[in-house]
Design a protein around this ligand. Structure first.
Ligand SMILES: [Zn+2]
Ligand SMILES: [Zn+2]
Length: 68
C-alpha cells in the first residue's frame, strides 16, 4: 500500500482548495472553509443566515404614534 499524505490536509468545502493556516468552521452549517469563504454569505451557507438581532423596545410594546 502507498502512504497517503492527506492526514492533516484541510480543504475548503466550498472551493476545495487547500487551506493555508487556520481553517474556519462555519457556526451555522459546520463546514470547513478557507479565509475567503468563512462568511456564511461567501459560501452559500445552508444554515441560518447571519442577521442583526431585532432591537426590542424596553416597554415591550411599540405604539406607532403617540397622539396627544
Ligand atoms: Zn474557499
Ligand atoms: Zn455555513
Amino acid at each position: 500500500m502507498k502512504d497517503k499524505k492527506n492526514n492533516s490536509v484541510l480543504k475548503c468545502d466550498f472551493c476545495n482548495e487547500m487551506i493555508n493556516g487556520l481553517p474556519f468552521t462555519c457556526n451555522y452549517c459546520g463546514k470547513t472553509l478557507c479565509s475567503k469563504h468563512r462568511l456564511p454569505e461567501a459560501h452559500d451557507c445552508t444554515g441560518e443566515p447571519k442577521r442583526p438581532p431585532r432591537v426590542l423596545n424596553p416597554w415591550g410594546k411599540y405604539d406607532s404614534d403617540n397622539k396627544n
